[in-house]
Design a protein around this ligand. Structure first.
Ligand SMILES: [Zn+2]
Length: 75
């Protein structure tokens, strides 16, 4: 586990896993979620966009599945 800041809420969070495709975070507010490298790069300075993308991903995830933010709509 690696300590970091949540890219969405900027709270102390843990990185649970990191692959070439995504990073998996565990944040006290956001829960466990994954963000693709592309989405993170696109929304790096736009946490509100990421927060929106996360809630979409959470709704799309099956029960027990970790939400993956792989798509960021800007604007
Ligand atoms: Zn968070």
């Amino acid at each position: 586990m690696t300590s970091t800041s949540c890219p969405i809420t900027n709270e102390p969070a843990q990185i649970r896993a990191k692959t070439a495709d995504y990073t998996e975070y565990d944040c006290p507010s956001c829960g466990v979620f994954r963000i693709s490298s592309a989405a993170l790069a696109l929304a790096g300075d736009n946490p509100e966009t990421l927060a929106e993308a996360l809630s979409v991903a959470q709704n799309a995830a099956e029960k027990g599945e970790v939400p993956l933010v792989d798509n960021v709509v800007s604007g």
